[in-house]
Design a protein around this ligand. Structure first.
Ligand SMILES: [Zn+2]
Length: 52
């Protein structure tokens, strides 16, 4: 699986207009707040407990 996860919203301002960045690797630019960030997939929680 790819290290790059696809964010649908900016985690900082909530905007949806995100652009992939060449550098740094796997980073995304939020065009609304100009923040550049990465999203990393770390695994699955399969314990079966529903979130409260
Ligand atoms: Zn943003």
């Amino acid at each position: 699986m790819s290290e790059r996860a696809t964010p649908f919203y900016c985690p900082y301002c909530g905007d949806e207009d995100l652009r992939p960045q060449e550098e740094p690797h796997a980073a995304w630019l939020c065009t609304a707040c100009r923040r550049v960030f990465t999203v990393k997939f770390v695994g699955l929680n399969l314990t079966g407990k529903a979130p409260r």
